[in-house]
Ligand binder design. Sequence first.
Ligand code: SAM
Ligand code: SF4
Length: 338
Amino acid sequence: MAGPSLGRVDEPLVDPHGRTVRDLRISVTDRCNLRCSYCMPEEGMRWLPREDLLSFEELERVARVCIERFGFTGLRLTGGEPTLRAHLPVLVDRLARLGDGSHDLALTTNGTTLGLLVDDLAAAGLRRVTISLDTLRPDRFVALARRDRLDQVLEGVDAALAAGLRPVKLNVVVVRGVNDDEIIDLARFGRERGATVRFIEWMPLDGGHTWGADRVVPSAEVLAAIGAVWPLEALPRGSAPAARWRYADGAGEVGVVGSVTEPFCSSCDRIRLSAEGMLRACLFAHREADLRAVLRAGGGDDAVADALRAEVGTKWAGHAIGNVSFLQPDRAMSQIGG
Ligand code: SAM
Ligand code: SF4
């Protein structure tokens, strides 16, 4: 049963490699209204039946144990496309009230519905938003996302800025031959809007299994291209996946997420909960724990805490993309919660 918020922290959750886990990524749905080619095939995704999704009560309970027992400092809602989950602001409101309310509460979204939802989300306690924006060209957006929604995404970016969410981050997955000629245009867009663009290396987590190492654009190449136009200065990184840089002329920040060529596993502080309640210690893990079974068997907060502790105990030192032993997990990014 969900109890009162106590703001109590009993113990940090430390993995076998000495990393303290403080950040929970919560997928609230595996469904999506786009079909980004680097993420999922155009057809053939099988969505979870609705009754398999964790309820808001169940999600709140897991988050509460993470925050009040293990001192987590961050929650991020993702998917699939999280804004497709009905009544999302209600969940945001519940999660914002946990503990002493000091935790970070963020959302990763494709932006298509933000124009309609962002005010309600901000009022409910959302702190930050990250919006995916892989191209500024309408024809390319249709080819890449297989839906004609660029205008709505751009409206969503403006709506997030107008709602006062800060920072607004823009995620760009750079794929060779697809959008690598837009790096400067996208960086300029971020500079002009006051949004932090983060260029992400394409990871072997796509549902269509079309990933190829030759189509990964290394972060170093992205930084060199941007730095040649606007000089950059490195910023401290912390546990965030993005290496952060500031524009020397003061026009804000830009980041690169070099998951493939420069893995940041040694500072990873997160675990993930899939929409149907599977707990994963790493995006690339081949195992997961069935937290929904624990919740629906009537397990109390101690049982949830035990499951979290046990799964964090399996967190490996790092993935091995590029190694002959690397195996793409069965689940795609959209099914885990990116
Ligand atoms: N639908 C939302 C969105 O697109 O922002 C949230 C879920 S999406 C899986 C989360 C992030 O993962 C997005 O920024 C997306 O571009 C990125 N992503 C998806 N598949 C990826 C892949 N194979 N490699 C790297 N990033 C990926
Ligand atoms: Fe949907 Fe996000 Fe995957 Fe694109 S990246 S298909 S928006 S889940």
